[in-house]
Design a protein around this ligand. Structure first.
Ligand code: 5GP
Length: 144
């Protein structure tokens, strides 16, 4: 899929938002939903998505919604730091397949990094759902 196209209500994140697919929830407010990436690139990899959006990528999004999205991203990033004490945290977002995008509901990756630990491959192995739930709870406990 290119940068252009129509929003598909059947995308995985839309299903998660509707409750049709399970997810390890970290945080939710009126604007954003944050949950563990099921194929994490690092321990504690969280995704933050706008809840009331049909934007497939950053370019599609209403500018006003970006403020609440980024506020949610910052809250989650701070909680990841407090919970897991990483040495660094990647905050990233992909637009279009050639850029690495695979799910077409706007989302931001929060990926903790540790010195000497290589970043996992994007979309590689699936994590144990129980482990993800435990990590989600650990991060959720640090949301302020
Ligand atoms: P993108 O490649 O579009 O930037 O990111 C999509 C992300 O969604 C990937 O990091 C991938 O691991 C994650 N992902 C794909 N399917 C699922 C799923 O069913 N549940 C969760 N929690 N994450 C998923």
């Amino acid at each position: 899929m290119s940068l252009d196209g129509t929003y598909d209500d059947g995308n995985i994140f839309a299903k998660i938002l509707r409750g049709d697919m399970p997810a390890a929830r970290v945080f939710e407010d009126d604007h954003v939903f944050a949950f563990m990436d099921a194929f994490p690139q690092a321990r504690g990899h969280v995704l933050v998505i706008p809840k009331h959006s049909r934007a497939r990528n950053l370019l599609d999004e209403e500018p006003e919604r970006l403020a609440t999205l980024m506020q949610g991203v910052q809250r989650v990033t701070r909680a990841v730091r407090a919970a897991l004490s990483p040495d660094g945290i990647v905050v990233t977002q992909f637009n279009g397949a050639p850029a690495g995008q695979t799910v077409y509901h706007l989302h931001v990756h929060v990926i903790p990094r540790w010195e000497g630990v290589a970043l996992g491959r994007h979309g590689a192995g699936m994590a144990d759902p129980e482990e993800l739930k435990a990590l989600a709870a650990q991060i959720a406990a640090q949301i302020s």
